[in-house]
Design a protein around this ligand. Structure first.
Ligand code: SF4
Length: 261
């Protein structure tokens, strides 16, 4: 995938953050803001290496395991599942649910996740003739997203991660960090859905930015723009941020951006 070096950074310090669907030329100004955010995050965190990815089916199972837990626990659960069944998805599909639950317990919600994994494997076996997602490689992105979302427990985020990370398909995954930071910055309205956030970034920036921007927004959300007590005083995006401009401090619950007048 091409590197995602932004074009000439916008010198405009007063880039607006429209809350409604912007029209030209505001959309162009929002686009300039998007590039500037991307540029500063690249400057701060660098261009993330293309992380070693798993086989698409592995990535699918891993992301099913990642619901409502952290990366460390979901990865441990995934590794334990692979070890317990010698990496044989057919054995997992036909195993007693209790054995799967035991293997993935560390990921939490194991009573829901175990049947989802079995259902996903069963669906693959029936529709793909085996434990493979290679057919997605040649599918149009929207069709591939819809197919992945038809798996139990797979939402837009998981589907986008599989497509972007495994196939390099142009789709922008939105997790809770990306959603929160995008909302606070004013790239989207304060209560914008993950789908709205995804569509906005995709409409403003080219596909080669999706991977680094996705990872850098997550890192910024974890390290600086935290859900509680965002470290605005140390933030390199402060002058671009609606949350800071309108409030300058965390909301009383420390969680959500203040309503923008
Ligand atoms: S200024 Fe504060 S709210 Fe805005 S992006 Fe930075 S840390 Fe988040």
């Amino acid at each position: 995938m091409a590197r995602s070096t932004p074009p000439t950074p916008s010198p405009d310090p007063a880039l607006p953050s429209p809350w409604e669907e912007p029209e030209e030329p505001d959309r162009e100004r929002l686009r300039a803001k998007a590039w500037e955010i991307h540029r500063r995050l690249l400057e701060a965190y660098g261009e993330p290496d293309w992380r070693p990815h798993y086989e698409p089916v592995d990535e699918l199972i891993l992301t099913i395991l990642s619901a409502n837990t952290n990366d460390r626990n979901s990865l441990r659960a995934f590794q334990q599942l692979k070890e317990r069944f010698d990496g044989d998805w057919d054995r997992v599909r036909t195993a007693p649910l209790e054995a799967i639950m035991e293997a993935i317990r560390v990921a939490g919600m194991y009573r829901q996740k175990a049947p989802r994994i079995v259902a996903a494997l069963e669906k693959l076996r029936q529709e793909q003739g085996g434990y493979t997602l290679e057919a997605l490689q040649d599918m149009p992105v929207e069709e591939a997203l819809a197919y992945l979302e038809s798996f139990p427990g797979v939402g837009h985020k998981t589907a986008s991660i599989v497509l972007l990370f495994c196939f390099g398909q142009p789709t922008f995954p939105v997790d809770t960090h990306v959603q929160r930071v995008s909302q606070r910055l004013g790239m989207v309205p304060p209560k914008a859905s993950p789908l709205k956030v995804k569509q906005t970034w995709e409409a403003l920036l080219p596909p080669e930015t999706y991977y680094p921007l996705h990872l850098n927004l997550i890192r910024h959300g974890r390290e600086v723009c935290r859900a509680r007590n965002p470290r605005c005083e140390a933030c390199i995006l402060q002058d671009l941020c609606d949350y800071y401009a309108h409030q300058g401090a965390p909301s009383p619950d420390g969680r959500s951006p203040a309503p923008v007048p």
